[in-house]
Design a protein around this ligand. Structure first.
Ligand SMILES: C[S@@+](CC[C@H](N)C(=O)[O-])C[C@H]1O[C@@H](n2cnc3c(N)ncnc32)[C@H](O)[C@@H]1O
Length: 245
């Protein structure tokens, strides 16, 4: 049987999805508070930066994969004066329910919520103008497969955007970040959600994720052209983009 990484642990490939889902089921209701605590509010700026880069238009159709509680979808919806066609897809029903609850609060009735796996998307070929995935790709068991699926569901000319934790090129800074990640984040996670393990996994999964240039190569292998990345906050996160020609 083949094995894969679950954070720093090696697990059976088939087992990873269930383990990742346990993490998100465990944190779903506190997920948004935790995001603010762990990133010191920075995730809002990173997400805003992603939206600025996308420059969404009312006439486009959007798919936000691993969309969780809807942050990216809500921002796109706002940016297009609540007129664009947006689908949020996530594997975890708990995260989607939390997203739907937030959408109801905001009276955003037109956003579609679809349970589904990034590796086997429940959508047609050539369906969307824009595909986004924010802090989701590192949780997916087979990244290459997820990239091929993204390529499949995008229309020719469609654009791919991935916002994800990445690698800090500066060594001293990277050391400080390691201390924060491994000593502080699991501790905050435990205090807020009672689940230290979940946050230990999140930190480890960041370290296991492909570096900026490796991810570019994967995007090109999946068929994307004009592949680029942009570091933010010294490379703590990066936005990768590509086009299906
Ligand atoms: C860290 S959250 C990110 C949520 C949201 N995009 C955001 O930026 O706030 C990661 C999400 O990825 C989802 N996920 C993990 N594996 C997935 C998969 N194979 N297919 C679809 N969603 C997946 C989880 O259920 C979770 O909601």
């Amino acid at each position: 049987m083949s094995q894969t990484d679950f954070g720093y642990k090696k697990v059976e490939t088939q087992e990873k999805e269930t383990l990742v889902q346990n993490v998100f089921t465990s944190v779903a209701s506190k997920y948004d508070v935790m995001n603010d605590m762990m990133s010191l509010g920075m995730h809002r700026l990173w997400k805003k930066s992603l939206i600025d880069q996308i420059r969404p238009k009312q006439t486009q159709s959007f798919l936000d994969v691993a969309g969780g509680t809807g942050d990216i979808a809500f921002k796109i919806y706002d940016e297009t004066s609540q007129k664009s066609d947006i689908t949020v897809c996530d594997l975890n029903q708990g995260m989607l329910e939390e997203g739907k609850r937030r959408a109801l609060e905001k009276k955003y009735s037109n956003i579609k919520w679809q349970q589904g796996n990034a590796q086997n998307l429940p959508f047609n070929n050539n369906q969307f103008d824009v595909y986004t995935i924010a802090f989701g790709l590192r949780n997916v068991t087979d990244i290459d497969l997820a990239l091929r699926e993204a390529y499949r569901v995008l229309k020719p000319g469609g654009k791919y955007f991935c916002l994800e934790f990445s690698k800090i090129p500066n060594a001293p800074l990277s050391k400080v970040y390691d201390i924060y990640s491994f000593e502080i984040i699991p501790l905050i996670g435990e205090k807020i959600t009672g689940d230290r393990e979940a946050y230990q996994y999140l930190v480890e999964s960041i370290r296991k994720f492909p570096k900026q240039k490796e991810l570019c190569t994967k995007l090109q292998t999946a068929g994307f052209e004009n592949v680029k990345y942009r570091n933010m906050t010294a490379g703590i996160v990066a936005i990768h983009s590509g086009i299906k020609i």
